[in-house]
Design a protein around this ligand. Structure first.
Ligand code: AMP
Ligand code: GLY
Length: 428
């Protein structure tokens, strides 16, 4: 199989690494990529968000399967365009990707399917939204309806803050068209779990769960980020919990999408808040998580290409998807200043200092010159995910941090409590 992977982050380095282990792979190209994927595949200078560019690349390289990492190309209809050209693609259609690209649509699907959710209301104008916030009080969560690079959900601890966010979204247009509609939600407390399952439009695979540490600083303090670390299994979450969430959340959602004529094919990712009364859905995503992928893909025992092909061809029921029961801890090393302003171009030292039971996945990295002899330098906010493996989270955590100690770049920072504290415990 000649495979084209779309995306440039840590998630895509992990996908590239797992794909290159498949006996079904003959060649791998990456639309975008980073210095890590360049060691495994050929990076092509086509933007993951350039739909026609990706379609043209898939055609010119005679691609058998396109694997889409990020949400934006899916929301732009990349899977539909590839499908129209007869190119198999792992990732949902634009209509099915609305589960992620419109939070009000996702809430509507969940309400119709009886999926446990926070109390919520959708607003198209700021006046009624502000009145609602004043009536329900704080804490309350204000969300821009559309995609906003992970910044569109704001947990507000005061009514004043919430009104400000509503006005920023709906009157000032800080998120552009994505913020013209807002969803206002009850603020849930608990710990957060990311649940993933492959889906072929009808059938779901065995799930795998992970935890994502979203805040920048130890103790879940500081601003929200794209994710500063990940663990599997999540603290206090069992395979029985995953099975229950499959019945309560994933199954009814996939059925509802199929009934609407927009079957979901790809990987369905439910962001759950584990409350005292059970799990409730914070959001759906239509793709793998980042940095969760870096800890879950090493646990995928089944052949990734077989699984993805089965999703595309509606044959998932024939193929048991197996996950190993080991633990993984992933620590994100970020550029000083992230998630706000940061500088790039700093040499990364210690990448070759291999340590057993560890792996380093690149995100914001590039080769400073031609060829793989040139130094690797930073090129983004989240630079690396350093993963430790073990039978338990404690052992995996110890190994991940040992490897982190051996890596260095100017301004590097990371959280020191990944795997030591539950995810999102203080997020309210
Ligand atoms: P989302 O983009 O919807 O996943 O939201 C990003 C983050 O905001 C989540 O990971 C939670 O930490 C927080 N969040 C979102 N919705 C809620 C909610 N209803 N209650 C409490 N926290 C929430
Ligand atoms: N880990 C959060 C996300 O991928 O959206």
């Amino acid at each position: 199989m000649r495979v084209l992977l779309v995306g440039s982050g840590g998630r895509e380095h992990a996908l590239a690494w797992r794909l290159t282990q498949s006996p079904n792979l003959t060649d791998l190209w990456v639309a975008g990529g980073n210095a890590g994927t360049a060691q495994l595949a050929e990076n092509l200078p086509v933007s993951p968000e350039d739909v026609e560019g990706v379609v043209g690349t898939a055609q010119s390289h005679d691609i058998d399967l396109v694997v889409v990492g990020p949400e934006v190309p899916l929301a732009l209809g990349l899977a539909d365009r590839l499908g129209a050209e007869g190119i198999p693609v792992f990732g949902p259609s634009q209509a099915a990707a609305r589960l992620e690209s419109s939070k009000s649509y996702a809430r509507q699907i969940m309400s119709g399917a009886g999926v446990p959710s926070p109390v919520y209301r959708v607003f198209h104008e700021s006046g009624p939204a502000v009145e609602y916030v004043q009536a329900v009080g704080a804490p309350v969560v204000v969300k821009a309806d559309g995609l906003a690079a992970g910044k569109g959900a704001v947990v507000c601890s005061t009514v004043e803050d919430a009104c400000l966010v509503v006005r920023d979204c709906m009157e000032q247009g800080v998120f552009g068209p994505a913020g013209r509609t807002v969803v206002i939600e009850e603020c849930l407390g608990g710990s957060e779990v990311s649940l993933f399952a492959f889906c072929d439009g009808e059938h779901l695979s065995n799930p795998v769960a992970a935890g994502d540490y979203k805040r920048a600083r130890d103790g879940d303090l500081g601003p929200n980020t794209g994710g500063m670390g990940s663990i599997t299994p999540p603290t206090g979450w069992s395979t029985a919990d995953s099975a229950m969430a499959m019945d309560l959340v994933m199954r009814p959602t996939v059925d509802a999408m199929a009934e609407r004529g927009t079957p979901f094919r790809g990987v369905l990712y439910a962001g759950l808040m584990v409350t005292e009364s059970g799990p409730r859905v914070l959001e759906f995503n239509c793709r793998f998580g980042d940095p969760e992928t870096q800890v879950i893909l090493p646990l995928l025992v089944s052949d990734p290409i077989e699984v993805m092909k089965a999703c595309v061809e509606g044959r998932l029921a024939e193929l048991p998807v197996e996950w190993s029961r080991e633990a993984r801890v992933g620590v994100v090393m970020a550029s000083g200043g992230y998630p706000d302003h940061y500088e790039t171009g700093f040499e990364i030292r210690g990448l070759d200092a291999g340590l057993p039971h560890t792996q380093v996945f690149h995100a914001g990295t590039r080769w400073a010159g031609d060829g793989t002899n040139a130094p690797v330098v930073t090129s983004g906010g989240r630079v690396l995910t350093v993963v430790g493996a073990g039978d338990t989270v404690e052992v995996a955590r110890e190994r991940a941090y040992q490897r982190v100690q051996a890596i260095d770049f100017q301004g590097a920072f990371w959280r020191t409590d990944i795997g030591a504290a539950p995810t999102g415990e203080l997020a309210q």
